[in-house]
Design a protein around this ligand. Structure first.
Ligand code: NAP
Length: 317
């Protein structure tokens, strides 16, 4: 099993974690019993870096995790997030990061998760109306109080990361990164490398697209959030299908699956990186987990590298 140390304080996590968002939100319905089975299997295998947020569900994803954490809390590195405010009915209430809000969110997450500490607490999105120093100052107080072990940011830019890190060491930046989303390479990865901050790549399978499982909008059920995402318009899917085809071609050559190639490519990056593919199926969990045993050869890496050169249709949001 590949372990990776994130950040200056050395938070050690398995390189392949589990994104739990899709179990409760955005990607269609699922069964609680099945989700708990997947989480149990993940714990058994050593896939113990679990990612959630208060806004997934909203709130229900943390409650789901509380059930899976029973009897195994100490085995799991639990990451959750605050900052994207939603009502119980799913309504959007804006981005918030003021100190009182941060502390109230933490207490509410701890209660829902049925635990007295969060291993890694992220600010989910930057609040443009609150200085990052106030938000991270509040997160630092949570660390002092023993409610949080390490802190992280999600989708933050270089200036925010640098300012935050001066207030309290940031262990991880979580941002989208995959073969078809490489924006972070320009300014963000150099910043975190300079500051010795770890990286957690979300949506590593391109929200499922890079696995080859989504060939048309008909593969997505009504209500699936991806139907509103520009990369999943009929036109974008048609134009991006050659990207999925190239990943599949490499996969065939090395007797792996396309999802495994997408994950192995991320693990080949020369930075302290963990990734959190999301799935609601044990066979996919096991498939994704096995990607850590795959080493891509230079010729495969350079063919995959050429993907981005061909351009990607549709914005990522
Ligand atoms: N910080 C942020 O703003 C942010 C934003 C988005 C996501 N995230 C986090 O990142 C995690 C992962 O991202 P994501 O779920 O958006 O995208 P992803 O991991 O790139 O893809 C998940 C999708 O791929 C499918 N899938 C998984 N393994 C597969 C395989 N081996 N073969 C074929 N299909 C497969 C899943 O379907 P099934 O479930 O049906 O298997 C699901 O539809 C989330 O769970 C969440 O924790 C964070």
């Amino acid at each position: 099993m590949k372990q990776v140390n994130l950040g200056p304080q050395g938070l050690s996590v398995p390189a392949i974690g589990l994104g739990c968002m899709g179990m409760s939100d955005f990607y269609g319905s699922s069964s609680e019993a099945q989700n708990l089975y997947v989480l149990g299997r993940a714990a058994e295998m050593g896939c113990t870096f679990w990612d959630t947020s208060d806004m997934y569900g909203p709130f229900t994803n943390e409650i789901l995790l509380s059930k899976a954490l029973k009897g195994r809390r100490s085995q799991i590195t639990l990451a959750t997030k605050f900052g994207v405010s939603r009502g119980e009915d799913g309504s959007w209430q804006g981005i918030k990061g003021n100190a009182d809000y941060v502390k109230a969110c933490c207490d509410a997450s701890l209660k829902r998760l049925g635990t007295d500490y969060i291993d890694l607490y992220y600010q989910h999105r930057l609040d443009p109306n609150t200085p990052i120093e106030e938000t991270v100052g509040a997160m630092a107080e949570l660390v002092k109080a023993g409610k949080v072990r390490y802190i992280g940011l999600s989708e933050a830019g270089p200036e925010t990361i640098t300012r935050a890190h001066k207030i309290h060491p940031v262990s991880a930046l979580q941002t989208e990164y995959s073969l078809w989303t490489r924006d972070v390479e320009a300014d963000i990865l150099p910043t975190i490398q300079r500051l010795n901050i770890g990286f957690v790549a979300y949506s590593p399978l391109g929200r499922g697209f890079l696995s080859g499982a989504i060939r048309s909008r008909n593969d997505l059920k009504p209500g699936d959030w991806r139907l509103q995402n520009p990369r999943f318009s009929e036109e974008a899917i048609a134009r991006n299908s050659r990207l999925a085809a190239l990943v599949a071609e490499v996969a065939k050559e090395i007797e792996a699956t396309a999802a495994q190639v997408a994950l192995a490519w991320l693990l080949s990056r020369d930075i302290p990186l963990a990734t959190i593919p999301g799935t609601r199926r044990t066979e996919r969990l096991e498939e994704n987990w096995a990607s850590q045993d795959i080493t891509l050869r230079p010729e495969h890496l350079s063919r995959l590298e050429s993907l981005i050169g061909q351009g990607v249709a549709g914005n990522r949001y």
